[in-house]
Write a protein that binds this ligand. Structure first.
Ligand code: AMP
Length: 393
């Protein structure tokens, strides 16, 4: 049977070890604004260095659309990595150039090269065989440690590992798979899921998968507006997706038929615009025509907390409101604290929810903080993961 091998069990000593990492991090003024994903991969990189591998790091960054663009260079990432590891990190001019092959070929055991952004080539997103063969020129061993990119069939995660015989996964991948697999197959009860964010349409798959598995589904954020409006409530100027009303209604019916508690906000924080500097709390059925719902209200936070605390398994993805703005961040922070106070097995995924957990200093109080938003959702749905399947041997 196909198995996933850990980097621990791969013969990397003295060999060019291509590690696909997820260094797709936000930049501000040419500097890395959030190093979480880089810090997460240090253990794998240090392991490879310690065993005398010639370490070749490769990542995508942003959406340069297959063209070289200095705005998406991995140079700031290389600088930060060198500071974190206290060693030289050689950034190549390109990921598949002869110069890159030469730099990698000249690496001493334990040295690191960082290939320039994979997405400067259209072959990356096209999962192009030829591009994968070009990348294979710098890979004796292949390690995938980019969980955030594992749900995409791109060349560096799909075509490439299939042509490198010695292959496996790094520690980020190992931890992500273990935690999410535990959740996916969990029989611990109650199993509670909290979903938020902007759109129902982005999370249809996971909503449908979870509704058959969980005991309670708590929905907040603009996503909740669509569920509320689908039941005939007036949501004023709030973000709603009328084309998703039939789906919302069918999910509500399915939840009722399966005895799944589907909780929607009973109160909301509303304001007149996204720019408002303060909000006011209203009962869900009293949203004025001129107002928009931008957060869940305090009674809803309490009701959600009440469900979250006794959970034996908890999954949370997506903010409860426009959490980037302080007046509308309380719902998301309330959920972040409730998750931290839950004694069950707790997993949070998705850039915004993870940012909130980070911001509140609650990371150590979760069992697992997923580095991959979309990837964690697709994993839980049980969808095929090209980046995991391709690395099995
Ligand atoms: P997503 O990428 O679908 O998880 O959505 C995240 C975005 O949804 C964040 O930028 C939030 O500010 C935004 N959001 C969440 N709730 C609301 C809301 N009630 N009204 C407007 N934007 C929201």
């Amino acid at each position: 049977m196909a198995e996933l091998r850990s980097i621990r069990d791969l013969a990397i000593e003295g060999r060019r070890t291509f590690i696909r990492v997820d260094f797709n991090v936000p930049l501000e003024n040419g500097k890395v604004a959030d190093p979480t994903r880089i810090v997460a991969t240090l253990e794998t990189i240090q392991h490879a260095m310690g065993r005398g591998a010639k370490v070749v790091l490769a990542s995508h960054a942003g959406r340069p659309k297959g063209k070289r663009n200095p705005a998406y260079s991995l140079e700031p990432v290389g600088q930060l990595l060198a500071e974190l590891l206290r060693c030289e990190v050689l950034l190549t001019d390109d990921c598949v150039s002869d110069a890159a092959v030469k730099i990698v070929g000249d690496l001493r055991d334990g040295q690191i090269a960082l290939l320039e952004n994979l997405r400067f080539h259209p072959g990356e997103e096209a999962n192009d065989e030829g591009f994968a063969r070009d990348l294979a020129r710098v890979a004796d061993v292949y390690v995938n440690d980019a969980f955030g990119a594992a749900h995409r069939a791109h060349a560096s995660v799909s075509a490439l590992p299939r042509i490198v015989r010695e292959r496996g996964i790094g520690f980020v991948m190992e931890k992500e798979i273990a935690a999410l697999e535990k959740l996916r197959t969990s029989t611990a009860r109650p199993f509670v899921a909290v979903l938020g964010g902007a759109k129902v349409s982005d999370k249809i798959g996971v909503l449908e998968a979870l509704i058959d598995r969980v005991d309670a589904l708590l929905i907040g954020g603009a996503m909740a507006n669509t569920f509320l409006a689908a039941q005939g409530l007036s949501l004023g100027k709030s973000l709603v997706e009328p084309d998703r009303f039939p789906l919302a209604r069918s999910l509500l019916q399915r939840a009722a038929a399966r005895n799944v508690k589907l909780l929607l906000p009973g109160d909301l924080v509303v304001a007149d615009s996204f720019e408002a500097s303060a909000g006011r709390v209203v009962t869900t059925n009293l949203v004025p025509d001129s107002a928009m719902a931008l957060d869940i209200g305090p009674r809803t936070v309490e009701a959600f907390r009440h469900e979250i605390l006794p959970a034996k398994a908890l999954f949370w993805n997506g903010p409860m409101g426009l959490f980037e703005k302080e007046p509308f961040s309380h719902g998301t922070l309330g959920v972040a604290h409730a998750g931290a106070d839950c004694a069950g097995f707790t997993v949070v995924g998705g850039g915004d929810s993870v940012a909130a957990v980070n911001h509140a200093g609650l990371v150590p109080r979760y069992d697992h903080v997923s580095t991959g938003g979309g990837a964690s959702l697709e994993f839980l749905e049980g969808r095929p993961m090209p980046g995991i399947d391709a690395v099995k041997s």
